[in-house]
Design a protein around this ligand. Sequence first.
Ligand SMILES: Nc1ncnc2c1ncn2[C@@H]1O[C@H](COP(=O)(O)OP(=O)(O)OP(=O)(O)O)[C@@H](O)[C@H]1O
Ligand SMILES: [Mg+2]
Length: 374
Amino acid sequence: MTRTDLAPVAPTEPGAPVPPAAPLLLGIETSCDETAAAVVDGGGRVRSSVVSSQVDLHAAYGGVVPELAGRAHLSLLTPVVATALEQAGLPGASAAGAPVDAVAATVGPGLIGALLVGASQAKGLALAWDVPFVGVNHLEGHCFAALLDHRDLAWPLVVLLVSGGHSMILAMDGPGRYRLLGQTLDDAAGEAFDKVARFLGLGYPGGPAIERAAAGGDPGAFAFPRAMADSGLDLSFSGLKTAVVNAVRRHPDATDADVAASFQQAVVDVLVRKTMRAATGLPAAGVCLAGGVAANGPLRAAFAAACDGAGLPLYLPSRAMCTDNAAMVAAAGAWQLEHLGPSPLGTPADPGAGLPLDVAPAGRGAVASTRPVG
Ligand SMILES: Nc1ncnc2c1ncn2[C@@H]1O[C@H](COP(=O)(O)OP(=O)(O)OP(=O)(O)O)[C@@H](O)[C@H]1O
Ligand SMILES: [Mg+2]
């Protein structure tokens, strides 16, 4: 895809409703504990985005219980899809024919029982409506989240993808073209937020809880480690988590606010430093954030300042588009449908799927891709 493929469609009269651009995609996301459906049109506009979070269901356990997640998706998905179609102004199954031109769903990575619910429902709808099915990689979906709001991008971008299960620094040479520059050697950034929040008794999910607690704290109260800050582009968070535990045991009178603020600052410092080093080294035409941790206010502010200083544009998804949603899945599915074609209905759910990476060394000849085609 070239830059022009991402250009906004021609503006209409101010205030006039914008007619949907073909093709219309229904996206479905059920990889973890969010049951989500969305309709996105060919102009990249989000016609509807419905997310039913299972946070309350899992909060009592301090984390996602896979079997409960799968069962909850089963009961929630049909009404969530119906609401997404309704909010997009589309009829459900009717004599009028298919309400959308294709159905995209996350097929991995994620929890197998959860993935199967969304992927099976999407395949069933595609079959019933006689429209293509598109199996989408969840991580690629996260990478498309910022593209929903920003269509006039220059490439390559350096993408910091920081979520509950993954932390990667990527070179994105265009939609669908990713090179891995660095990744976590142990915990994901979101996982570190969740574990530290659980240790402090702040609740689940940990990221927003830490951010709230940190708002009243001193980020300089504890000098937590910034692992490998000046070497390479890989990341590590397990030492930081241990340092927090040790500090709290040594200073039982420390406030949650100070501990949370100091922990958050350590994560932000490392992510900004490494991502900006990757961006200037590449060199990148811009920086993009993706994944649930990208919803973090101090992280967004620190990147805004760093990119400003480096003269690089920063592409931030809205906070709602950072955490799991189906609009990003539909957007990735639309690109995939146009450039790689539909997926077979036999496409399996793959809980351990990785982001499809370009495997040729940077700047050398034709790029081989690990992406399965067809
Ligand atoms: N405001 C925030 N600050 C920091 N972390 C946050 C914030 N909001 C959410 N998170 C973290 O983001 C993670 C959830 O993000 P996301 O939904 O993208 O992950 P996931 O889908 O579970 O994992 P993956 O995408 O790797 O499969 C959680 O770890 C959560 O604590
Ligand atoms: Mg996710």
